[in-house]
Write a protein of this length. Sequence first.
Length: 551
Amino acid sequence: MRVPLCFVFQLALLCWAQAESPTPSPLLKQGNARVVLVGDSITGQSRNHPAGFAHQIDWALQQAYPGCHPNVVALGGSGAGVQAWLNNEKRSQTDAFFLDVKGIEVKAALDQPADVLVIMLGMNDVLAPYVVDEPASWDRWTANYRELITALKARLKPSVIAVATATLCTEDGKSPKNRVMDALNAHLVDLARDMGLLVLPTNQTMRDVLARGRRLKPDFHVTADFVHPNEAGHLAIAMAMLGGLGEADAARAIEEQKLARLFEKTAGDLPGLSYEITPLPAALDSERQSFRIHYWTNRTAIASGISAPVRISALGWGVAPLSLNTAEGEFIVTGIPDHLENRLRLSADVAGNPITRDITIPAPWLATTGVLRKSWNERQPLNPAMFRGPVEEAIEQGRDFIAAFDPGQGQRLAWKRYFPSVNFTGGDSPNSVDFAALTHARTFEAGYGARWIHSDRERSVGVQISTQTFAGAMEMALWLNGGEIYSGLLTGEPGKKKTVEAHLHAGWNTMVFNLNHIAWQWQCSIHLEPMGDDSLGDLRYSAVPHEGGPR
């Protein structure tokens, strides 16, 4: 499958237009320039990952300039934001030290002149977060970025300085964290215009590659963990950097040879059929829920036509329209997602080739955030009292915990229906809740998740509690029918998981958890495991409060 080349050059033009500069001629000295990359763990992985973008840049330059000797120096520091790099630069004026990439000493690297300086920061400022969702915070970040650029310019004396937009934090482009990322990147573009710098559109290129991949496969990713790029993400970054630096031939080599092969592998056997699921707004007191399901057939469908209508079949669900005859379109499906995994089937016939895709809609949670705790440290004994408030008291007393938050303590909690998604940590597992889907988060913020579970009979179950995060500390409490079945430091458990035994009543059971985090990622999973020969096949799930069985 051949993929279009035009977007590489459009992005190159865009990044220069943003900085009000003419379209660049090649700037990397026929592949022999000394390029210093300043960034965080993503920049570190540009060398430490086998498919890292520094390796991709080396390869692409050698395709464009056979026999050249690229010298791309990756100064990436895990967890670093703009303020941390200001500290790194000052420290490196006198001290020798290393960051993520073995063999690259920071003082020595910054003491040598560079032809090109590329800075890509902002991910940790959003992920941690070091920057809150307020314009004044964004302005301070921009001022620090200006100071860092000025200091590095004096050290390296580069002919070219470029700033790369920070890439995606979660793969939902409209998530709270990506909205803050967009604000920082907009400030960065303004800063570059003011200082006469190049802007490399790494964020937009990653979004474009993600969108193209999702047209081929519904769970295509550009990150390995919703923060750090995978191979597709590294290719996107390399293309954006090369295109923005005027190296169109090198960017084209990645597009034609590497990205095209990756897309061909993603598409698999032709013809293809992909889709995207989006929950639509619904009343919180209603069991019914509508979803928009957008589908794409592969490009051969455009030329060959749809031989038979595209349909969605789902027992007990309403589907509108009943069928479509277009290569791309969308359905609205409406039903009650009361199974842990609710299965629908998308089917089409492309040029005489029948194709089907099973679609799984996870059971919902009811979730909320916004409670700020007093500061705590996971390395010290935890005082359970610091994690208790009106919501916890209402849970244990069998009262309405959804309305329990005292408005006198702050803003009333806003509960929302939450559906797990392929765009967040934990993926679309129905057991997962990633609070990054709900809020940008503040340090020491707490959140809650609730779900009502109907069992046809009394039974014992195993409850596996876990987290799939790579960074962060989280304290958790879990209640079933008002009784606490787990309390502790979830991230301190072996393998970040713990299984406890619990008892379901016949009828409705109320499960509620409280997840307290300090910083960084904020996600957990709660999975019910059958005991003995039980299958749990009769269980039904709801995000609407139900009266439970005996306590």
